[in-house]
Design a binder for this molecule. Sequence first.
Ligand code: ADP
Ligand code: MG
Length: 261
Amino acid sequence: PPMLDEHGPARVMAMCNQKGGVGKTTSTINLGAALAEYGRRVLLVDFDPQGALSVGLGIQPHELEQTVYNVIMERSVDVSGVIRPTSVGNVDLLPSNIDLSAAEVQLVAEVGREHTLLRVLRPVMDSYDYVLVDCQPSLGLLTVNALTASDGVIIPLECEFFSLRGVALLIDTIEKVRERLNPKLDITGILATMFDPRTLHSKEVMARVVEAFGDIVFDTVINRTVRFPETTVAGEPITRWAPRSAGATAYRTLAREVIAR
Ligand code: ADP
Ligand code: MG
């Protein structure tokens, strides 16, 4: 992809699937790191109270005094004071921890509750090319905030039979948000994850996904490999932990597809 002379305004993408363990957080870190290798400035937003994105970047979330929670709930807290650099060049993080679990309830009483994340990200939008929001595994108000702030949604989908079941509900939610809150929202792509090339089952699920969703499925497929759990322990993206691995190559290919879309 061509290098950029100037940066921003950011394209915001929610990494979203209400099922847990499908590769949302892993894809947020590694797509972000791969986009950064192509010279893009990237902000990763941890929008899950579990803080797995923060941990995956080597940050201990329970030690943080301020997180995305303070930014969205306290008007006096400036987002740029809470965003921190990571060990990955061109990648910054807006971290999260368990405090965020209270926001789901507290936000309900706020005016413009669905637009809160959009509002707090606005001042930094010109500093980045991509903002990736790692959603929690639910379709609640925090996820609706992520969708309202986004231009696109990336749906990581595990290559398991039952994983297809929730996707209709997710797409329904995306359509409602588009109609009522954010007309520019689009599905950037569906990303098949945990693909096992040795099993017929994986191939069958993949065929059904392509049959059901067609062109919006990324050509890039992420294989199942123990390398990914290893990177979580290392607190680094796979592009740095194992730069020549198949997993790193796959996320670079995905980054090129995302830039092209
Ligand atoms: P989510 O954010 O959707 O809950 P994660 O990205 O945290 O999912 O992944 C869940 C678990 O699966 C983590 O332990 C992660 O390291 C592991 N994992 C993610 N992607 C892969 C993959 N392609 N192959 C094997 N394990 C993976
Ligand atoms: Mg996660």
